[in-house]
Structures are given as structure tokens and as C-alpha cells.
Design a protein around this ligand. Structure first.
Ligand code: THU
Length: 136
């Protein structure tokens, strides 16, 4: 499918971020870039650790960069890998994104030019949301 120029720019930023991935264990390098309502872009890549469980995914790295910049109104995330099939964000990243924007747009991409546009609602139809918390 064809994406708009803003989406293609976001994919480019995610692809640049991917070059900074630290993934010596899996060698699976991922880049992500989030565009917010203020039209700012925040990027991240996966950062692995020799103690594997401490690894952070690209999507959460980008989300936390945005939140730390005071920019929580996520509109679109682009996620990029280099492979012959599209990436699919893990469950933890879906939940973290949903905290701030449960219906945000998601653009999945490969360096080689594959594209798929979807929504977080489609990827995580029944998220646990801040409004679900109730005092005991
Ligand atoms: N990873 C991401 O960065 N994003 C995803 O959507 C899936 C997984 C990373 C975590 C780890 O560094 C490597 O990919 C293999 O799981």
C-alpha cells in the first residue's frame, strides 16, 4: 500500500534510528519513530544486554524518549526492520503504547520497501487502560 509523505519520512527516521541498535545477541535490529500531535518525532532502537531480560525494544525506547520530552500525544509510530517480512511489535510494547494512545496509527516497514499500515486498536483490541484502575 502507499503511505503519505509524512509516513515515509517517519519510516526514514526509524530506519536511521535502527542503525544505532545494539543487538549483538539476537542480531535483530529494530528502529522506531513516533510522531506526536505537536508534530515532533522521537526515535529509538532496541538495546540488548548480556543479561537478556534487561533488553529494551525499539518501540518502548521511542515511547520513553517521547514521554521524557514531555510529548505524550502519540499519533503514529513507524517500526522498521531489515528483512523479507514485516515487523510485529511485541505485547509489552503494544501495552506501553496503549497507555498514551490506544488508537494510534502504526506503520510497519522494512528497509527493502515493504509497508503495512494498521492501528494499535487492531493490534491490541482490549488493552488495560489507566481508566480501568479503581481504588479498592
Ligand atoms: N524487538 C524490538 O525491538 N521490537 C519488536 O517489536 C520485537 C523485538 C527486539 C528485542 C530484541 O532486542 C530483539 O528484537 C529480538 O527479540
Amino acid at each position: 500500500m502507499t503511505l503519505g509523505p509524512a509516513d515515509e519520512d517517519l519510516v526514514k527516521v526509524a530506519a536511521l534510528a535502527r542503525q544505532r541498535a545494539y543487538a549483538p545477541y539476537s542480531t535483530y535490529r529494530v528502529g522506531a519513530a513516533i510522531r506526536t500531535a505537536r508534530n515532533r518525532v522521537h526515535a529509538g532502537a532496541n538495546v540488548e544486554n548480556v543479561s537478556y531480560g534487561h533488553t529494551i525494544c525499539a518501540e518502548r525506547a521511542a515511547a520513553f524518549a517521547a514521554v521524557n520530552a514531555g510529548d505524550r500525544a502519540f499519533e503514529t509510530i513507524a517500526i522498521v526492520i531489515d528483512g523479507d517480512r514485516l515487523p510485529s511489535p511485541c505485547g509489552a510494547c503494544r501495552q506501553v503504547l496503549a497507555e498514551f494512545a490506544p488508537d494510534m496509527r502504526v506503520v510497519l516497514a522494512t528497509v527493502g520497501g515493504l509497508r503495512h499500515q494498521t492501528t494499535l486498536t487492531e493490534l491490541l483490541p482490549a488493552p488495560f487502560l489507566p481508566g480501568d484502575l479503581r481504588p479498592e
